[in-house]
Design a protein around this ligand. Sequence first.
Ligand SMILES: Nc1ncnc2c1ncn2[C@@H]1O[C@H](COP(=O)(O)OP(=O)(O)O)[C@@H](O)[C@H]1O
Ligand SMILES: [Mg+2]
Length: 359
Amino acid sequence: MRLEQLRVRGLRCLTEVGVALDPGVNVFVGANGAGKTSVLEAAFLLSHARSFRSGAKEALLQRGASQLSIFAELRHADERVCRLGLGRGGVRWEAKLDGASVALGQLVGECAVVCFEPGSHGLIAGAAEERRRYLDWGVFHVEHGFLSTWRRYQRALKQRNSLLRAPSPPADELFAPWEAELAQAAEQIDRQRYSYLDRLRPKLRDGLAGLLPELGTFELRYRRGWSDELDLARQLREQRGKDIARGHTTLGAHRADWALTFEQAPLREHLSRGQEKLTALACLLAQAKLYAEQRGEWPIVCLDDLASELDLAHQTAVVSLLLAADAQVLLTGTELPAALQGLPARVFHVEQGELTRLL
Ligand SMILES: Nc1ncnc2c1ncn2[C@@H]1O[C@H](COP(=O)(O)OP(=O)(O)O)[C@@H](O)[C@H]1O
Ligand SMILES: [Mg+2]
């Protein structure tokens, strides 16, 4: 899939910009703070309804502006064109698809953007929440019904947590239905996550062999968030006393995690920062490749500050992989990265939130 037009209003330093994008490689060059990352952030928001940058959602809205909006024309591989819209005035996002208001889930289901950026090593070295998000994004795009199960799970979790925090411990009859619901949804989520990771492994193997051959073979371990030995409803019942003391549910699909270990780096701490970045990149590209295999088209790939994140050999490897796959690429840098010299690319100069096409 590819973005043909992208219009952004009121996002950080982007007051109002519109660009016609190339189906291949698009490069945004400019000084620090010019607004390059914000352009990628706009594309990413259409696909995630959240930023890849940490920090408050409120910071996305330009200071002094009352409304943030992003519009795009997206062309799918089968030539179908959709008009995507995402806006935020007050606290809520509003999504539009071909002019009609839709649920956020429908918008993000239409548009897939994968982003490698300076914070991406957090996927390997950061909190479990990031790894769950990564996993669930993949599952969401390839498994039907994942979102509704996930919502059902969140609702039951919220109910159980509020019972845990009740001033006097509620009776078993109040807990039991929510725990049953929680367990049932968790098992479904777990099955889908598990089978997704199974399909991801071969893609990851190829990617890691190309980017990090020195680390040897790898293992991808998944923990589902509760013990394999007993069913979750029973574990939740047995855990209730401890959970009351802690004030939240300590077992379940919201505690899942996964990790990669390598033959030559059995502990995460054995990886250098650069190796964490390359591992994260391999994970993102594997996810994009699996998406392409299952959905028949590549997601849009954003590479923020590529030249400062990777050495030239790895930049070249990534760029040639994406060119061969015919994926649309949005890339930023303080200058045109050496890996792109001589390759076809549309180049934009970014300065104080304004975009000018150079090539
Ligand atoms: N809410 C906001 N309102 C106005 N400007 C903002 C807001 N948030 C960030 N900025 C400014 O927007 C710019 C962000 O640019 P960014 O896209 O990170 O630049 P680059 O990637 O080119 O370094 C910075 O100059 C920053 O100060
Ligand atoms: Mg930047």
